[in-house]
Ligand binder design. Structure first.
Ligand code: NAD
Length: 396
């Protein structure tokens, strides 16, 4: 019933709006306030976008992964057409059916590697993409120290291949997944102007790609490029159908989640004598749904604005300590998380948080969800999918 009302509403908006732009914005507002299963509403939204030159088709490289899959849901909700390119090196094909359960849409997934020039050329020839969100990367800091050549090849060479193919295809709108790891160590809120200085090969790949993007824009100022430096994405889609499931967690919340479902005996807390309220390390955790919305804000701004190459931090600006996170998760899940205090790890800072004011102002985006919501959504995902997309523990 609600679906029919929304559909009729959108159709009427299409008929009576003074201009296609008005219609598009009104429809988008109506769809955003509806549930994600309102497929018909999105169809009307796309029709409205057609009045503005057609629903934009976005390629998400790495879109089967953690952040990419959540952004796909929000791209569809905002009326974009979406395709995924992923080599599945850190993702499961099952994401496709889970996305269908959430959105009702069969999102095309091309099992391709960003390193593969011929496959990329073929794909860009067969499909017309209006823009790319480039998530595809290897992302484990420790692994990057052990395997620098694989990281530089996959992340930097893969990006070079993608950029050359995009240029060839005349697709010059790009949102790039960068990271707070590009910053030099600093314990007060980080602004985009702060000094850069990664401390591991993974961070250097992001630093190098940012430089490549700046140089590309200088050489050809018709590109529209948004560089997003994420802080610490956490949580999952509220449905519990998609989420993060690393075989070896590198971040705090996935580790806590795996302790909670019995995959790990306890959490190690590295240091409780930092200069923070409870002595444990403080980081800026943002809900992956807020992060997904940040991508929509950045992409929409690129389509509406002038060519640019612009950088924004995506974070909350608020720090949460390790023990605060444990407490929030215990409250959300009702499960006690055993932990042991260990020595500090070399190189860890007491506090790392974003100053997100540039994104708040220029992208009209703010992280809205709480850490309690992130923990509740993460628990829903982990408790219903103890081994992520797999049915059994990963092979060692
Ligand atoms: N999760 C974080 O804490 C975090 C923080 C800052 C930045 N980032 C960046 O955000 C992006 C997405 O991260 P995520 O957490 O979703 O990671 P993820 O591993 O879940 O997703 C990355 C996806 O890219 C795919 N991939 C990797 N190399 C590829 C290649 N050469 N060709 C095609 N596909 C490839 C993987 O299979 C995976 O599905 C990455 O670029 C990551 O560096 C992540």
């Amino acid at each position: 019933m609600r679906r029919s009302v929304l559909l009729v509403g959108c159709a009427l908006l299409l008929l009576v709006a003074a201009a296609p732009g008005d219609c598009f914005h009104l429809c988008r507002a109506a769809c955003a306030s509806s549930s994600e299963s309102q497929r018909g509403c999105r169809t009307a939204l796309r029709a409205a976008m057609a009045g503005e030159g057609g629903a934009k088709h976005i390629l998400c490289t790495g879109g089967a992964g953690y952040i990419g899959s959540h952004t796909v849901v929000h791209l569809l909700k905002a009326g974009y057409r979406v395709s995924i390119l992923d080599n599945l090196s850190n993702a499961s094909l099952k994401v496709k059916e889970r996305l269908k359960q959430i959105t009702g849409e069969d999102v095309p997934l091309f099992t391709t590697d960003t390193i593969d020039t011929d496959a990329l050329l073929k794909l860009f020839k067969e499909q017309k993409f209006d823009g790319v969100i480039h998530y595809a990367a290897l992302k484990a800091v420790g692994e990057s120290v052990a395997m620098p050549l694989e990281y530089y090849t996959n992340n930097v060479s893969g990006t070079l291949t993608l950029l050359k193919v995009m240029r060839e295809a005349g697709c010059k709108v790009l949102v790039f997944s960068s990271s707070a790891t590009v910053y030099a160590p600093k314990e007060t809120p980080l602004t985009e102007q702060d000094a850069l200085g990664p401390s591991n090969p993974y961070g250097w790949t992001k630093f190098m790609i940012e430089q490549i993007l700046q140089d590309l824009y200088k050489s050809d100022p018709s590109w529209k490029i948004s560089i997003l430096r994420y802080f610490n994405p956490v949580g999952a889609h509220p449905s519990g159908r998609i989420g993060e499931s690393p075989s070896q967690p590198n971040n705090l919340l996935p580790y806590i989640q795996q302790v909670a479902v019995g995959r790990r005996p306890q959490l190690s807390v590295f240091g409780n004598d930092y200069n923070t309220p409870d002595g444990t390390g403080v980081r800026d955790y943002l809900h992956v749904e807020d992060l997904a919305e940040g991508h929509i804000a950045a992409l929409t701004k690129l389509f509406q604005g002038d060519p640019c190459c612009i950088t924004h931090n995506l974070g909350t600006g608020k720090g949460v300590s390790v023990l605060e996170m444990v407490d929030s998760f215990e409250k959300a899940s009702g499960v006690k998380i055993p932990y042991k205090i260990e020595a500090r790890r070399a190189g860890d800072l007491a506090t790392v948080v974003a100053d997100p004011s540039k994104a708040n102002k220029e992208l009209n985006w703010t992280a809205k969800r709480t850490i309690q919501e992130a923990c509740a959504n993460a628990w829903k995902w982990q408790s219903t999918n103890p081994y992520g997309y797999e049915d059994a523990p990963p092979q060692k």
